[in-house]
Design a protein around this ligand. Sequence first.
Ligand code: RIB
Length: 311
Amino acid sequence: MEKRPRIAVVGSANVDLTTFSDRFPEPGETIFGQKFDLGFGGKGANQAVAARLCGAEVFMVARVGDDLFGPSTIKNFENLGIDATHVRQVSGVSSGVAPIFVDPSGQNRIIVVKGANNELKPADVDAAAEMLKSADCIVLQFEIPLETVYYTIKFARRNGIRCILNPAPAQPIDTQAIAELDYFIPNESEAFAISGMRVSDVEEAKRCATNLLSGGIRRVLITLGANGALLAGSDGMDHVPAFSVRSVDSTGAGDAFIGSFATFLGEGVPELEAVKRANLYAGLSTTGVGTQKSFYDRARFEAEWASRSKT
Ligand code: RIB
């Protein structure tokens, strides 16, 4: 490894309540599920954990509630070696939670209740400013207030820190406010929701990326699930195919992609190889149940990479 990147995640932390069932109930119907899993999640926290497991030094800026989940979420960060100095409990609010439903193909449907994540404000970014200034990269998502996301993008630009935004879950955005990003990384449905352009194959992804680049973002990286990822910038576009895996639960795969991509890039891995590696890291995460608990550590990942990157 060339260099140990310092990655700061300003984002969400949730507790995931995942139910596996053959189908979804009709309105008014009760059905039996097959399995249940309780685990730590939230797009921000998942991205932080992926980066940490890949070997980065990771700092989390987040808010949790004053319920059972708050302290255990902080403990989870600490157990994984993630700096949680700026993860604070808010009183009178629940922690973020996510009831998740997974079907037999591994596809998920998620409802996020933001709870304390909604209380992460620009003032919290200011409070963490010294720590954030020491980061090589700041990673953001959309499970916290948009004003905090925009404020952090400006902060990163002012301080010359690489900034990655994962616009998930998708919502209408101020394109001016995100124009100074280094990487904008949506999946197909987020790219569609934001640009209004359908993304169901690589050609459509190229057209959508062209549209997003015209707004001023430097690099657009659209993740395409089993189709891999499309990297686009003013110098052209590259489609990076996915690796084939036996998927049981795709929840958190996008987060695995982003946390690992930020780490590989921070290590100095060439950009296209970083995308290829992140494709594999994300694919491998779908072979296990849950979000953070399905992420590979670096040694397991490298073993897979060594055997698969030759093919
Ligand atoms: O991307 C997966 C995540 O989305 C889950 O961990 C859930 O908490 C929601 O934030």
